[in-house]
Ligand binder design. Structure first.
Ligand code: SF4
Length: 492
């Protein structure tokens, strides 16, 4: 696609609109008018107070124009009026060209609920919802979903106080690599030998982080051990990590403690007991699909039977909050196949279910190995709608919602939970409600100003070998947490 922008319009939103309709195409920014006729060409910009957009492909050649909506209070929340006006025209023209609409309309950001919250604060929920549908072209179904999620999220956000924080512990090892994965996770085949040293360093970082939390008088609201697959660690290694956390941190007011046991083939009774005894209140076991052929296609070594065995073992050991993750749009899956998976999961009655939509991440094997043309987009919206209907019927509500770029069918990821089982960490982290202190390779510490929106990040080394080799240097960097809070006069 060739994109020519003029009149000082910035590229961010117009490019995003292009990607909504042409997710696999490169976008070339041009200085002058596009000339080619065999690819989509867009020429858009602002002259005076008029926004104009021309879209061409073959016989399709249309131009639209509209006034730049200055002084619109809601648009002021959105950002730049000229960029918005041009993007809106582009969206309308693309819908006409491809004779389609997008489920989230021209919303391309990852957090539609956050935008809905800001709009609601400005003009009330009804007006904000009308704006979502009429101005941003969001479907009625997605607007309703965003509203339901907003109500649940708001209740969770009210739990957080200025001195609140959450803790994330990263275990970046997995038995194999899923074909859709873009995380920095190492297969245990390749890096098993690193795990003992990694665990030792991670425990030390937890100790240092605990000292910082105490020094600053922060209160830990939620703790999340994720990855990767934390249950690639042995039961004694899990014990060591969890003991380090309960020794270093005051967990007496902790509201939620999640451990991901993502790959069912890594789950054993010993490990589950270690996790429960270590204080976890929420366990995540992730089948992704209940079809062995799809599991093989996506490079997961476990079977559906492994998942059922791990789930019932977790119940037997005593977990009363189990989350299961599913993915809509996986290669090899079908609409009926996904619906069967969903029905199989609801029959087990986990306390929460997270339904992701496959995202074609650039670093994933799916894309790197040249399967970027794979597109289950046709069926994925049906899968996602079915999940919303069935989970609602079965007593689940949406409490958390975010979108990813390159999501098949431009859908979303939604956390569903039975009453009293919302995943708090997920909301705190996605909303950037309060500081999240990350420990381990690839973890990011996000420092949130106690009484405002300002955010700073401290990145740990990504790869386990770097994390081990440059550990002391990384620990020194962590002292920035103290200086951040001191700059707000919030110590000690
Ligand atoms: S289990 Fe998660 S982190 Fe591990 S390879 Fe699969 S997607 Fe990546």
């Amino acid at each position: 696609m060739q994109l020519h922008l003029y009149g000082g319009v910035s590229r961010y939103e117009p490019e995003n609109i292009g990607r909504l309709f042409l997710p696999h195409e490169a976008i070339t920014l041009l200085d002058g008018e596009p000339t080619a006729t065999d690819e989509v060409t867009v020429s858009a910009g602002v002259e005076g107070e008029t926004a104009r957009c021309r879209l061409r492909l073959g016989a399709f050649d249309r131009t639209l124009e509209a006034p730049v909506p200055r002084g619109d209070a809601l648009l002021a929340l959105w950002g730049k009026p000229a960029e918005f006006a041009v993007s809106s025209l582009m969206y309308t023209l693309f819908c006409a060209l491809f004779e389609t609409t997008q489920p989230w309309g021209m919303l391309t950001g990852v957090r539609p609920v956050k935008l809905l919250r800001r709009l609601t604060a400005a003009v009330g929920e009804e007006e904000a919802a009308r704006y979502f549908q009429e101005t941003l072209c969001c479907s009625a179904e997605k607007t309703a979903l965003a509203r339901r999620t907003l109500h649940a999220e708001d209740a969770i956000l009210r739990l957080s106080e200025p001195r609140s924080c959450s803790i994330y512990l990263s275990v970046p090892f997995c038995p194999t690599r899923c074909s859709y994965c873009s995380f920095v996770s190492h297969t245990t085949e390749r890096s098993q030998h690193l795990i003992p040293d990694y665990v030792t360093r991670l425990c030390r970082e937890i100790e240092e982080t605990g000292a910082i939390v105490r020094k600053l008088g922060l209160q830990v609201e939620s703790l999340y051990i994720g990855g990767g697959t934390p249950t690639t660690l042995s039961s004694s290694q899990l014990q060591a990590v969890m003991a380090a956390a309960s020794t270093a941190l005051d967990l007496s007011k902790l509201r939620e403690y999640t451990v991901e046991a993502g790959r069912p083939d890594t789950v054993t009774e010993d490990k589950l007991k270690a996790i429960l005894d270590g204080g976890a209140t929420r366990l995540s076991i992730n089948p992704q699909t209940l079809h062995d052929s799809v599991l093989q296609t996506i490079g997961r070594r476990h079977t559906v039977e492994d998942f059922y065995a791990a789930f019932s073992l977790a119940r037997k050991v005593g977990f009363d909050h189990i989350n299961t993750d599913l993915i809509a749009g996986l290669p090899g899956d079908t609409k009926d196949g996904f619906c069967q998976t969903l029905d199989g999961i609801t029959a087990l009655s986990p306390e929460s279910v997270t339904v992701h939509t496959l995202s074609m991440k650039r670093a994933s094997h799916l894309v790197v190995q040249g399967r970027e043309e794979y597109d289950a987009g046709g069926d994925t919206p049906h899968m996602v709608s079915y999940s919303a209907a069935r989970l609602t019927e079965n007593g689940y509500h949406p409490y958390y919602l975010y979108r990813q770029s390159r999501c098949v069918g431009n859908q979303e990821n939604v956390g569903w939970a039975k009453d009293g089982h919302d995943g708090l960490y997920n909301v705190f982290m996605m909303d950037e409600t309060h500081t999240v202190l990350g420990c381990g390779a690839g973890a990011v510490t996000k420092l949130k100003c106690p009484e405002g929106e300002h955010l700073e990040r401290i990145f740990n080394y990504k790869f386990p070998y770097e994390y081990i080799d440059r550990f002391e240097e990384m620990l020194r960097r962590k002292q920035q947490v103290v200086s951040f809070y001191e700059s707000y006069g919030r110590t000690l």
